[in-house]
Design a protein around this ligand. Structure first.
Ligand code: UDP
Ligand code: MG
Length: 244
């Protein structure tokens, strides 16, 4: 039941094979929502073509709790597509994106909400302070990647920025105006502007299951970022063709 004077928050949760993490995530996000009594919630789960029990868990949650809705993809399209579908279907005043594995703790939403409603920001965006716990090779390549992309792009791509963020409707509408097929949200969040503030935190261990970002997916995302936010690759190709 929604009350007219209350603000509404949509939580968008992309899920790919998260059957082991979802029950604990649901418990946590439920507790958090009770601690933000000034707002009502909708929980919009996006099942990104999972081949485990994820969709059955979501169906059950939606049946038991009217605040839960879910979208289920016909196959695995990737987290970027899942976030876009979630943002497109979220109808509330404020919209958060949150991973299902509890690495981005739901309880932080309480302070993030204050950042928007009391301090007047359009976006409070989580930024991890360290890469502690991450394989050394992955950290090394991530550091090199952020140095490179920030050198060749006019848009700042914030190292350590997470997709976990709370945004105003206005900012989300601007994000949705960008219809690119291969999305790189870290760049888009920065490119649209608005009054944004980073919220630093120490990233937690994944609650259950494994990362759904194997090397191949990481490399694709990294190249989408460079192609979307820098003209350098095109210029290099152009120069190459002139020489040939
Ligand atoms: N995810 C998704 N589709 C994918 C890969 C991941 O919807 O193809 C979801 C995943 O279920 C999780 C979030 O995106 O809720 C972040 O993924 P993950 O935790 O595997 O990434 P990492 O934290 O290791 O970067
Ligand atoms: Mg994770």
């Amino acid at each position: 039941m929604f009350y007219e004077d209350k603000k509404l928050i949509s939580i968008v949760i992309p899920c790919y094979c998260e059957e082991d993490a979802l029950p604990a995530f649901w418990e946590e996000i439920n507790k958090t929502s009770q601690n933000i009594s000034q707002a009502d919630f909708e929980f919009l789960f996006v099942d990104d073509g999972s081949n485990d029990n994820t969709v059955n868990i979501l169906r059950k949650l939606a049946h038991e709790d009217k605040r839960v809705r879910y979208i289920s993809f016909s196959r695995n399209f990737g987290k970027e597509a899942a976030m876009y579908a979630g943002l497109k279907n979220a109808k509330c005043d404020y919209i958060a994106i949150m991973d299902a594995d509890l690495q981005d703790p739901p309880r932080l939403l309480i302070d993030m909400y204050k950042g928007i409603t009391e301090e007047g920001y359009d976006c409070v965006a989580l930024r991890r302070t360290t890469r502690k716990g991450e394989p050394v090779v992955r950290s090394f390549f991530a550091n090199c990647y952020y140095k490179l992309i920030n050198k060749i792009s006019d848009t700042e791509i914030v190292d350590g920025a997470r997709d976990y963020r709370l945004m105003t409707r206005q900012m989300v509408n601007s994000i949705l105006e960008l219809k690119e097929h291969n999305r790189f949200s870290k760049g888009i969040f920065s490119w649209v502007g608005f009054k944004q503030i980073p919220f630093e935190y120490e990233r937690q261990e994944r609650f259950a299951g494994e990362t759904k970002y194997p090397l191949k997916k990481m490399l694709k995302l990294a190249s989408d970022g460079i192609i979307s936010f820098s003209t350098k690759p095109l210029k290099i190709l152009q120069r190459g063709s002139e020489i040939v």
